[in-house]
Design a protein around this ligand. Sequence first.
Ligand SMILES: *Cc1c(COP(=O)(O)O)cnc(C)c1O
Length: 488
Amino acid sequence: MSSKFAADFLTTDQASRDAYRAWMSKAFELLCERLPTEAYSGKSPAALSDVIDGEVFPQQPLPIQEILRDLSTIISQSIILTHPNAIAHLHPPPLIPGLAAELVTSALNQSMDSFDQAPIGTILEEKVVKWLCDEVGLGSDAAGIFTSGGTQSNYMGLLLARDACIDRHFHWSVQKQGLPEQAKKLRILCSDVAHFTVEKSAAQLGLGTDAVVRVQTDDQFRMRPDALRSALRKLETQELIPMAIVATAGTTDFGSIDPLPEIAALAKSVSAWFHVDAAYGSALLFSIQHRKQLAGIDLADSLSMDFHKLLWQPISCAAFLLRDSSAFRYLALHADYLNPELHEELGIPNLVTRSVATTRRFDALKLWISLKALGRKKLGEMIDATIDLAAHAARIIRSNPRFELLHEPSLGCVVFRYLPAKAQLNPDFFNAKLRQQLFERGIVIGHTIVRGQQCLKLTCMNPAVSKGQIGELITQVATHANKLEQLG
Ligand SMILES: *Cc1c(COP(=O)(O)O)cnc(C)c1O
């Protein structure tokens, strides 16, 4: 006798399997048959709010047809990442094998905090992480953990850096005693285009955003080693402590890669933790033509890698890697119900000891499946194709005198702006307005501010987009800008 809820969960029961198939096949059908043909409907927040009406939690269950209509609405008002006109962010279309793995991940719902909630998941995650450490070249003491993204990975790197620094300088346990008075002396250095989560981490770590020292970049937005050297010298005269240096391998706006070997050497010379934010650029490890741009990444003390960016995994999929795995001790606490000390003696791995999260998804599975499904050659070609696409976009932009290109793309980002011919049009205001109007027409390009100037940005993430399609997109941007200029 099964309970009246038996068909609400996936089991070996026939009724349950039928219910699962019914729901899944309807969802599949919507995705396969109702995928919008535009990148976005262009609807405003207010219009979207009107689209979703009805009560959130009805007293009685709704008929499935009605629910499918709601699902269909959600699909129709989403950003369609496979569309060539969805090119704003480091936000990729997900690979089909990754989607299949994701289905298994969510159906089995293993939780990665303890071995007894995810036995094979734990072992697989450890294997994938170990393999990643080897790919980077971090050495035999390295270890890592899957995270929710670069934000969490950067936070973890700086957390371990902080606690190791305070331990070394002041023989003080932050985990136990909180921050000492001298924590005010700690500084984190990163480039002036490093990700904002460096400041966000500093704020959350009790160091404050003032603890972050931004170092100048060169004309291609890479950290200048000479500027870093003077910043370090200045800290020394002020009797401040360089706790960590964060290099970026693939900046979010420009894809620029800081000179890793030079920065690593400077970090070593002042005993600072060397964290490499490779959330975006780590994919170059698998590139055929561009891997050499990552020279020096093996010198990192810790590393952020996102697979939900250039490796096309469904969100979330990312990792934090650590050269000396013993530093995870700054994070570990014992919970009697999850990771009893007995397990340590028995050699049972409970990954909660390496994570800032407790319940955690089995995200390693989709990466593992995708790597197998594609193989090295094809994955490398896909990465190279997105970089080629950006180079092509840059050539087109350079050839139009109304456009200004702000850098030579090294990954998939192309930052540029439109220069209105009419002197009375403020270019900053104009580019902001242009981007907004394009969005309202379903053309989703990026925007950012570069050295005080409002810019437009293309982030090439989709290797399935052709050069012709990106050319067409840039033509649409130029045409619209011309029209806007005539009106202004
Ligand atoms: C995207 C990105 C991050 C943040 O990563 P999330 O996965 O969004 O949390 C951090 N650093 C860089 C360089 C990034 O591109």
